[in-house]
Design a protein around this ligand. Structure first.
Ligand SMILES: [Ca+2]
Ligand SMILES: [Ca+2]
Ligand SMILES: [Ca+2]
Ligand SMILES: [Ca+2]
Length: 478
């Protein structure tokens, strides 16, 4: 059992605000998932479905957003000549004045059941999770996110949040929050009245857990938790994926390690996700990216072949060039679900095509390159440009833009599993000043999510910006 209490409770829990809200019963979509680290400015190139032409310009200003300080320092901004672009990023501190180093992002309507997606971000440097309520719109104007409520993890000595996901774990209609804290898994149940209740802590078998995904892998109606991590921190450690099966409401079996893979990088990032492969089984399969290994691990869900109450898995290693960020999507017509990974060692994204009836994958030969030093981390996919129904790839890059800050790169999909090159660059934070040596003030986006934040019918982008301790919202300027 956990140590965290609700907003008015005691112990280590410390939601910074106690606001009366009604949570939502809407589930997080599982259409695409992602993980990763990264920043924006648009690359100039020819005709595109996403933007016809871009160039850079200096802008400055300062606005007060309702309830939020919107920082607009002098900045290098992408200026689009096309209607298909992003608006100036709206930037929010994850915890006022605190050095939080935000990483994992979750998007889901957990406040108010108003269809406006709310956010949670894992603060790896301050032992906390920040939860942002989406204030919705007034007429056509999006009102932004409210000041976040900050929840401190049960044990600040070892709980460094890495990834977060919304999921209704107890099937009461309200989205709960699951967190990997590098060493443990923390579950925060939604009280249904605008807060999270007492935290529940799950102890993995490995010493490190980073990647996180939640779904009902054994089909019993209760969501299970899969985490990717390392068996040991140091040299003998192997990357592994383990599952906490939920046997009754919020009661989990001890974790089961279902696959391991040698990792060649100490302290590797190990990220995971689930997806459904309808052409094969209709069951939830798992995939794990492993930094330092040359493979992505795909675990095909075989069901409970021997009726012992546990799921059986077939392991497939797919060459992927030291993947980091991971997302899935239908990049082509048909039912097959493809994958995209970011390789920050090789400065590229790679698409893994699922062409085979047995669900096996192969790496599409074309790497979608970012320029040297841009360090792609987080990746997501979703429809971003108008005029077609194909998915784009959004990549959070930690370095390499102009004076060394990071940004966002978008690769426009062609609908046949290929993407245009080069991608378009966008700043995620207007204030990229001051210049060196103040490196810490430059945004370095680490994770990216594609979602229709203002519910205008066009997908937007959210990034977590690691060393500026902020998140950025880039509304689609349709
Ligand atoms: Ca909402
Ligand atoms: Ca719930
Ligand atoms: Ca289950
Ligand atoms: Ca939108």
């Amino acid at each position: 059992m956990g140590y965290m209490t609700g907003p008015t409770g005691s112990g280590d829990s410390r939601p910074r605000e106690n606001r009366e809200k009604h949570f939502s019963s809407k589930e997080v979509t599982d259409e695409h998932q992602s993980t990763g680290m990264g920043n924006t400015s648009a690359r100039t190139r020819g005709q595109s479905q996403f933007s016809n032409h871009r160039r850079s310009a200096r802008v400055c200003g300062c606005l007060i957003w309702p309830g939020i300080l919107l920082v607009m320092m002098p900045a290098r901004m992408a200026v689009a000549q096309s209607a298909q672009d992003f608006q100036t990023p709206v930037v929010y501190e994850t915890d006022s004045g605190e050095s939080t180093y935000p990483l994992g992002l979750a998007v889901g309507d957990m406040f108010n059941d108003d269809d406006y997606p709310d956010l949670a971000v894992a603060n790896s440097g301050s032992h906390s999770v920040s939860v942002f309520e989406n204030l919705g719109r007034s007429g056509t104007t999006w009102l932004g996110f409210d000041t976040p409520t900050v929840y401190t993890m049960p044990n600040t000595g070892i709980d460094d949040p890495y990834d977060v996901e919304f999921a209704d774990m107890d099937n009461d209609g309200d989205l709960d929050l699951v967190v990997t804290t590098s060493s443990r898994v923390v579950l925060l149940p939604n009280t249904g009245s605008g807060s999270f209740g007492t935290a529940q802590t799950l102890t993995p078998s490995g010493e490190v857990v980073h990647g996180l995904t939640v779904s009902d892998v054994d089909g019993d109606g209760r969501k299970d938790i899969a985490v990717g991590g390392l068996s040991e921190v140091f040299f003998d450690g192997v990357a592994q994926i383990e599952i906490f099966y939920q046997r009754s409401t919020l009661t989990f079996d001890p974790p089961q390690v279902i696959a391991t893979e040698e990792s060649f990088a100490i302290g590797s990032e190990v990220l995971s996700g689930t997806f459904k492969l309808p052409a094969v089984s209709g069951r939830r399969d798992l995939v794990m990216s492993i930094e330092g290994s040359d493979n992505v691990m795909v675990l095909l869900n075989l069901g409970d072949l021997d009726s012992d109450g546990t799921t059986d898995w077939a392991t497939e290693l797919v060459p992927a060039k030291s993947s980091f960020g991971l997302a899935k999507g239908k990049f082509r017509a048909g039912t097959n679900i493809d994958l995209v990974v970011s390789n920050h060692d090789t400065q590229a994204c790679r698409v893994l095509w699922n062409d085979n009836s047995d669900g096996s994958y192969e790496m599409h030969s074309t790497p979608y390159e970012v320029t040297d030093g841009e360090d792609p981390y987080g990746v997501d996919c979703g429809k971003l440009n108008s005029g077609d129904t194909t998915l784009e790839i959004a990549v959070a890059c930690a370095h390499g833009f102009d004076d060394g800050h990071g940004g966002l790169i978008v690769f426009v999909g062609n609908g046949d599993g290929t993407f245009d090159e080069p991608g378009y660059e966008f700043d995620v934070q207007p204030g990229n000043e001051p210049d060196p040596p103040y490196e810490t003030y430059k945004p370095k986006p680490g994770r990216v999510k594609i979602e229709d934040i203002d519910q205008d019918g066009y997908n937007d982008v959210v990034t977590s910006n690691w060393n500026t301790h902020t998140i950025s919202v880039l509304l689609n300027d349709q």
